[in-house]
Design a protein around this ligand. Structure first.
Ligand SMILES: [Zn+2]
Length: 340
C-alpha cells in the first residue's frame, strides 16, 4: 500500500510502498478514505513529542471502511463505514470505567504516534475506538469529527458546561477546532466573540454564527471584550492558542468565569496571580479530546445537520507536504483532509 513515512524527525514525508498491516485479535483493518490533517502532526514530525519514534506514519483523524476484523471483534464488521477516537486507553482503570477514558491512568498513547496512523491507504486501530458513520456523513466530514468537533464538544458541554445566554470568547476561532467550537457554543445558546488573525478566518467565523469578531493581529483586545460585555467580562473563555493569549484571557473573563484550555501550541509555562484567582473565583479547566460515548453523540449531531463539519479542501497523499507547509504558516482555514 502507499503510505507517507517520516524516516527522521525534521525530515520529509516520504511516499513509500509498505506492507498492508494485519489486524490483531482486538483490532480492525481500516481502508482509509479520509484523514484530516492536524497541527499536532507538525509537532510530531518535528520531533517535539517526547515518546514518538521514527519511522512513523502520521494521521490520527480517520474515516474509512472496516476491511477486516480480528477474532475478538464484534462491534464492527467488514464493510462498515467508521471513524475512530485517537487514544489508546487501558479500558480497566477507574477513569476508563467511569467514562473518562481520555484521562486514562494507564494511557497507552496515540494512534498515529504509538501505532502507525492513517497517512496511508490502510491502518489498524483497536475496534473499541470505532464509531459507525451513517451514509449521510461523507468520509472527509467523518474524519474531522473525532478531533476537530469532538474536542470542543467535550470542552464546552462536559468541562465548561456552557449555559444559555452566556458570553463565550473563543481564541483561534478560525482554526480546525475553533470553527466547530463556534457552532457548538451557538447551539448551546451562548453569545460568541471569535478571535483570530486575518479577514478570511473571521469571515468564516461570522458565517458560522459568531456575534462579534476580533482580529488579534492588533494585539490585546481586552478593550473590545470589556465593551462587548458591558465591563463585566465573558463568563467563558475557550483557549485554543496557548500561553501567548492566557494573560489576555484573564483580562476578558468575568468574576466567577471559566477558562477552558484546549490548545497549548504557544509557550509552555505560564504564571498567574493566586490572589486574582481567589478574589474572582475563577475556574481554570483543562479539557482533553473526547470520549467514545461522546463521539457517538457528536456523530448523531452531525448526521442530523446540527453541526456542520468544516472541510476546506481534500488532497491526495502526494500533496501532504505542501499542505503541511501551509498549515505551518497558519494559512489553512477550518480542516484540510487527505484522501489516501
Ligand atoms: Zn484506563
Amino acid at each position: 500500500m502507499k503510505a507517507l513515512v517520516v524516516r527522521e524527525f525534521g525530515g520529509p514525508l516520504i511516499l513509500e510502498d509498505v506492507q498492508i498491516p494485519k489486524p490483531g485479535a482486538d483490532e480492525a483493518l481500516i481502508r482509509v478514505k479520509a484523514c484530516a490533517v492536524d497541527q499536532f502532526d507538525l509537532t510530531i514530525r518535528d520531533g517535539k513529542f517526547p515518546t514518538a519514534k521514527t519511522p512513523i506514519i502520521l494521521g490520527h483523524e480517520i474515516a474509512g471502511i472496516a476491511e477486516a476484523v480480528g477474532a475478538n471483534v464484534d462491534n464492527v464488521k467488514p464493510g462498515d463505514r467508521v471513524t475512530s477516537t485517537l487514544y489508546l486507553t487501558c479500558g480497566r482503570c477507574r477513569y476508563c470505567l467511569t467514562g473518562r477514558e481520555t484521562i486514562c491512568a494507564d494511557f497507552k498513547g496515540y494512534i498515529g504516534i504509538h501505532t502507525p496512523g492513517a497517512y496511508a491507504e490502510y491502518t489498524t486501530v483497536p475496534a473499541v475506538n470505532l464509531v459507525k458513520l451513517p451514509e449521510s456523513i461523507s468520509f472527509p466530514e467523518g474524519s474531522v469529527i473525532a478531533n476537530a468537533i469532538g474536542t470542543p464538544y467535550h470542552a464546552l458541554t462536559k468541562r465548561a458546561k456552557i449555559q444559555l445566554g452566556e458570553r463565550v470568547i473563543i481564541t483561534g476561532a478560525g482554526g480546525g477546532v475553533g470553527v466547530h467550537a463556534i457552532q457548538l457554543a451557538k447551539m448551546m445558546g451562548a453569545f460568541v466573540m471569535a478571535v483570530d488573525i486575518g479577514k478570511e478566518k473571521l469571515a468564516l467565523a461570522r458565517e458560522l454564527g459568531a456575534d462579534v469578531l476580533f482580529d488579534a493581529s492588533s494585539g490585546d483586545f481586552s478593550g473590545i471584550a470589556r465593551e462587548w460585555t458591558n465591563g463585566e467580562g465573558a463568563e467563558v473563555v475557550v483557549e485554543l492558542v496557548g500561553t501567548k493569549t492566557f494573560e489576555y484571557a484573564l483580562k476578558w473573563i468575568s468574576r466567577g468565569g471559566r477558562m477552558v484550555i484546549i490548545g497549548a501550541r504557544t509557550g509552555t509555562l505560564w504564571s498567574g496571580s493566586p490572589q486574582a484567582m481567589i478574589t474572582n473565583e475563577w475556574e481554570i479547566l483543562g479539557s482533553r479530546n473526547v470520549t467514545k460515548r461522546e463521539l457517538a453523540e457528536v456523530v448523531a449531531l452531525v448526521a442530523a445537520g446540527r453541526v456542520k463539519p468544516i472541510v476546506t479542501g481534500t488532497y491526495p497523499l502526494e500533496e501532504a507536504e505542501s499542505l503541511h507547509q501551509r498549515l505551518r504558516k497558519q494559512e489553512t482555514i477550518g480542516r484540510v483532509v487527505l484522501e489516501p
